[in-house]
Write a protein that binds this ligand. Sequence first.
Ligand SMILES: [Zn+2]
Length: 607
Amino acid sequence: MSRLLLLLALFSSTITTYSQDYRWQQRVQYAMNVQLDVKSHHVTGTQKLVYTNNSPDTLREVYYHLFFNAFQPGSMMDIRSRTIADPDRRIADRILHLNEQEIGYQHILTLTQDGADVSYSVDQTVLKVTLAKPILPKKSATFLMKFESQVPLQIRRSGRDNREGVAYSMTQWYPKMAEYDFQGWHADQYVAREFHGVWGDFDVTLTLDPTFTVAATGDLQNPDVIGHGYERTGAKIQAPAGDLTWHFVAKNVIDFAWAADPDYVHDHAQVPDGPMLHFFYKRSGKSTDNWSKMQDYAVKTFQYLNLHFGKYPFDTYSIIQGGDGGMEYPMCTLILGESQLPGLVGVMQHEVAHSWFQMALASNESLQAWMDEGFADFASSEAAASISHQEHPHDGSYASYFALVKSGLQEPANQHSDHFSTNRAYSTAAYSMGAIFLEQLKYIVGTEHFDKGMLLYYNTWRMRHPEPNDFVRVMEKVSGLQLHWYLRYWIYTTKHIDYSISSIVDREGGTQVTLERLGDFPMPIDLLATYTDGTKELFYIPLNELLGKKPIDDPTIARTDLPEWYWVNPIYSFKINRPAANIKSLEIDPSQRMADINRKNNVITLP
Ligand SMILES: [Zn+2]
């Protein structure tokens, strides 16, 4: 038994335990045999899907996603892309102008459940199946499907012939069972973003023209038969006659993606004490040098994330040129390849971080994009800053949040990703506010508890579907502080933080300082006093909601703990035991981790 198999065995037993003891989750086992005709761009496939109902509910129907159907004029994706206030330029009206040979579709040819025919209906990208026989709690059913698809011209994420000439970006490409959980079915139409998946195993054969190299989720099972691609770094090897079948197996993942191109170069790099990294990029591309230079960054990124966010759970990962930006999939990513080196590295680091925050901690991306995009953004920014020896990795996130607040377009972050009124409000909520959620949490609970909490979160919830409250509970247990209020204010509302120093008055040999909460969002306060003799003193005012205090972060500065600030009070006064003449300046949150929308009134410098 290899180390990987051992790990996988451990994970699957963990899942069984969790699903019985705490929160159940469904399970899928796919076996797919797929042929791709590279002339007509048609896919024909058979899919055997063993579906295990771990829920306490009797299921009378199931739902599949048929994502390729989104790439047809008049689809919900088409309409939304043309009518939203700030269209995504990658899509805009491109779907509307697809011809019959360029659209995508997925046709179900036959479908049975345990050998019996089922009735089904297709509504755009959702297939509803009325079961021949209900699936009882703790029981499995086997679905056999034959399907036929046309790979669309690449518009968004998946498709053929992307703008850098990658032949096939095969993502969201097969009839995929929707997730059913304690909230019910997540059979959303494919409108824009994002994804959710059922945990399970994939055994996939892909048969196509032998001149193509395939990159995919999972481990290649037949490198000897393939004879090229996986150990190839140099010149192109003579392709065998007839189609070639690539066989991949991936265990304990939520999806399966692949890409194919006749022009791919394949490099690899080993992460010490980590996975083997594979790189697939076009030999004829504009930036092949950048792909070589990126490899060292990729290794270092995995090392950083392994250390700070938990150990990457698989033994391979592929970075593949394809798609239309960067998109994360289990054990691989598809990214555009012709950007400048910093852009290429930045996208790679972000997508790699999703291996933690989506491919292991599989939150529902559609409902909680901030836990996926925001946490990935946070982790990759920390990794990038550490690797390049830079400071303030999250400045960009704060800047985009403040700009959104100013624009008046902000919406609560806990919305379904497709239902934000603007793409801008979505992306700032998901990426920037998700990252700030963590950086600001570090301010609230202290660095030591935060770092421990991130590791405990991963180790507690990997290979499951954590919810916002699950994350907060981990942080509460590690820090001993109550944090529900923070989740509710930051994610469920658009309330803002704004504190000010309103007065400094000499009183009885000391100085009375009065602070004011101008925003509706209460926070604990760090206030730094710098004295005229050059010494500093940090005053810490816990918020009553915390039911406790954070530990001292910086032992080089003396900290004075003050009584808690009740959140209902707009005003808070305390006394510094020195005359005002001895005070040089006072500053609220000198670390600037608190997302205070007006920092001008946070500082007072005395004359
Ligand atoms: Zn992302």
